[in-house]
Design a protein. Structure first.
Length: 201
């Protein structure tokens, strides 16, 4: 049965993504797709790791919505290990209020749960390895700047942490393995700015 227990986190994450996708068409007023480039740093990482991924989100007219965020960190510790990597797959609650005085800047915040996977092998020649996939949490915020009805840019800062302490991971402290990410990139907005004036014509 241990091999099946390892699938529980993945199964729950897939169920959450399915529910997120099912709710989006019915409730979404705004939606976006945002590939990003980022730097992962701080916490239990030993270097600034290049990070790539994407986020997709929907928002109701009230400013509340949901987001799925997937990221890959190419390396986070080249001091003690020959190779390392991180993967994050998070399902987040998102709030992005529309500012009454402008439609060209939109702040947002996120908080959620998902899976974090850390992998690595020691020097020299990957004699010993670690690999840990488990539940994690994230929280963060940023700014969305639309250029027009279709394209824009956004940037944010997020904090990630395993939900439990794992002794097999390379940690700088006795707590849960954690790290920060600062990201930016383009956004396919589709309808992420207020088109209420057009709808009333």
């Amino acid at each position: 049965m241990p091999q099946f227990r390892r699938l529980y986190p993945l199964a729950l994450l897939l169920a959450a993504i399915t529910l997120l996708g099912a709710a989006a068409p019915a409730a979404a007023e705004d939606s976006l797709f945002a590939p990003f480039a980022a730097i992962t740093f701080g916490g239990d990482t030993q270097k600034k790791g290049a990070t790539f991924g994407f986020s997709t989100a929907f928002l109701e007219d009230s400013g509340w919505g949901g987001e799925f965020d997937l990221g890959y960190v190419t390396d986070f510790n080249d001091r003690d290990y020959e190779s390392t990597s991180l993967v994050t797959a998070m399902v987040n609650l998102m709030v992005a209020p529309k500012l009454p005085w402008t439609k060209w800047v939109r702040p947002y915040g996120i908080a959620g749960v998902g899976l974090i996977r850390a992998r690595g092998c020691s020097r020299p020649n990957c004699v010993t390895e670690f690999s840990r996939t488990d539940f994690g949490i994230d929280v963060g915020g940023g700014l969305l700047v639309p250029f027009n009805d279709i394209l824009g840019v956004r940037g944010d800062v997020r904090y990630f942490r395993y939900a439990q302490i794992h002794q097999d991971l390379p940690r700088a402290s006795n707590g849960q393995f954690d790290f920060w990410r600062i990201a930016g990139g383009g956004v396919d907005l589709r309808s992420c700015i207020d088109n209420g004036d057009d709808a009333s014509d």
